[in-house]
Ligand binder design. Structure first.
Ligand SMILES: [Fe+2]
Length: 210
């Protein structure tokens, strides 16, 4: 053994998840956005990529699935260097829900663990907001889409009453920095920039052991 191999690639017992699937996902998503700017293609192909990512549940480090008793958590997992897209984990404790809100960019919602409840809203002629269609329960493995073009206002909540749920969302921008709105019952908007719950993101680029 020479001096170089002596310092390389001892397995790290603390390494808890192989993030290679997330690396593959963000690489494929960047390639998709370089290949097309048509939203319907991004949503269709992106949904298939996200469905493949959430079909397995061994790649997300525990730090990004921690619920908070205070409120739902949004952890940044990756942001494209040109801020064309971002990937986040949403973690819901029992009974937790978002306010009614919009996004201003396209979004993909994939459920990794548990379930997510989605109620869409639409404008009424007098400017208020009213539920649009039935509430939908997305079980693990399902993918939903939002966009200003196809319906951008909804309320999302944990679909499980007895434990946390985790979903993976992809948005057409750096979603934690996008200025958007939450809405009161009468439809009046309130300015909203979500930020993120975490200060550090997963290291998906260490290829020394995977
Ligand atoms: Fe949302």
């Amino acid at each position: 053994m020479n001096a170089v191999t002596a310092i390389v690639a001892e397995p790290d017992a603390a390494r808890e998840a192989d993030t290679a699937p997330l690396r593959g996902f963000v690489t494929s998503f960047a390639e998709l956005l370089s290949a097309t700017r048509h939203e319907h293609e991004i949503l269709a192909t992106g949904s298939a990529l996200l469905a493949r990512l959430i079909a397995r549940d061994d790649w997300l480090p525990d730090a990004y699935v921690q619920p908070s008793a205070e409120r739902y958590q949004q952890y940044l997992l990756h942001c494209d260097s040109r801020e064309r897209f971002s990937v986040v984990s949403f973690v819901w404790g029992p009974g937790q829900s978002t306010p009614v809100h919009d996004h201003r960019v396209w979004g993909l919602v994939g459920v990794l663990r548990g379930a997510e409840r989605v109620q869409r809203y639409q404008r009424t002629p007098d400017g208020a907001l009213a539920p649009h269609g039935q509430e939908v329960v997305l079980e693990a493995g399902r993918v939903d889409v939002v966009s200003p073009k196809i319906g951008d206002i909804h309320r999302v909540s944990n679909g499980r009453e007895d434990g946390p749920s985790v979903s993976i969302h992809v948005y057409g921008g750096n979603i934690g920095a996008v200025e958007r709105a939450t809405f009161a019952e009468d439809g009046s908007p309130k300015r909203f920039i979500s930020g993120y719950a975490n200060a550090a993101i997963p290291n998906i680029w260490d290829r020394s052991t995977r």
